[in-house]
Ligand binder design. Structure first.
Ligand code: 5GP
Length: 300
């Protein structure tokens, strides 16, 4: 015999259900108001138990222009998705088909001039951080993603501005709750990750969003968001990179050797990127990067 459910549990469960419905209604309204794109809702739905994840596929499709009850069954059949599915419960293939359908429907597959977000990566010591800092100071229209990291702040670094400095436990929690768009352990030491929601929301609002992350992270973003633009920051010459690597002067000969080997591999990654910028001068590199983000054609 089943145990009767205590009244208090029932009340709590129905309260939670009411709250979840309210959150879904708010999400739908934001899409109708044009604040959030259906593509963003799909991204957000990857995180379990969120309003986006618990949204029914039918409710989601109704948010798309010119889709109503009449077209719905045919679309669901083409996508091979049951009408009872919620976005968070889609299989990988179903999700891929749905994403392609949505993008095509919204006309996103035609060449867009302004890509949703840009990733700046490159070899160790090439000066990504300096270029990003220059952009933070001189180009307020660029929204720089603030990563979470388990390393301690350096002098002058501000929590919430340069990084969110978190404990290992907090990083684990964020991972478990799929809060990262990408993450990596850098230099075999600390973990770094890009919180998903702020990035998606800023790019959905049409802001120019920049992620300054390492190569492992750049590769993850290119898989998760194939239309992100990947920009490789290259040293003016190999000798210059060696000078910058060794120039810090704080590492042992063994460590320097290890870094040089890593740098060779990292330089070879340039061909995986959409664009390369040579970091000959910080202000110029920053200017070129912002021009790329704005969709301006590079100078001949
Ligand atoms: P630092 O500790 O010197 O600020 O950064 C060390 C490295 O971590 C840099 O190469 C930087 O690009 C990378 N990094 C910073 N934030 C992230 C992130 O969110 N994800 C990944 N994958 N790398 C990051």
């Amino acid at each position: 015999m089943k145990h009767p459910v205590p009244d208090t549990d029932r009340v709590a469960a129905s309260r939670a259900a009411v709250e979840a419905r309210r959150a879904r209604a708010e999400l739908k309204q934001r899409v109708r108001d044009g604040e959030l794109s259906p593509v963003t809702v799909l991204e957000l739905s990857k995180k379990p138990d969120t309003p986006a994840a618990t949204l029914r596929i039918t409710d989601f499709l109704l948010l798309m222009p010119a889709i109503g009850a009449v077209k719905m069954p045919g679309i669901l059949e083409t996508l091979d998705i049951s009408e009872r599915k919620r976005l968070g419960g889609l299989g990988i293939r179903q999700r891929t088909r749905l994403e392609a359908f949505v993008r095509q429907r919204l006309g996103l597959d035609e060449a867009t001039t302004v890509p949703p977000l840009t990733v700046l990566a490159g070899p160790t010591a090439v000066g990504k951080g300096t270029v990003a800092a220059y952009i933070r100071e001189h180009y307020p229209e660029v929204s720089l993603s603030v990563s979470a990291t388990t390393r301690a702040p350096r002098p002058g670094e501000i929590d919430g501005v340069h990084y969110f400095f978190v404990t290992d436990e907090e990083f684990d929690r964020m991972l478990a709750e799929s809060e990262f768009l990408e993450w990596a352990t850098v230099h075999n030491a600390y973990r770094y990750g890009t919180p998903r929601t702020p990035v998606l929301e800023a790019s959905a609002q049409g802001q120019l969003v920049l992620l300054e992350i390492d190569l492992q992270g750049a590769r993850q973003v290119s898989v998760a968001m194939p239309d992100a633009r990947l920009v490789f920051l290259a040293p003016p010459t190999w000798d210059e990179l060696v000078r910058r690597l060794i120039g810090r002067g704080t590492e042992s000969a063994e460590e320097q050797e290890r870094r040089l080997t890593t740098a060779k591999g990292e330089l070879a990654a340039a061909e995986e990127f959409d664009e390369t910028i040579v970091n000959d001068e910080v202000a110029l590199a920053a200017e070129r990067l912002v021009a790329i983000m704005r969709g301006e054609k590079p100078e001949a």
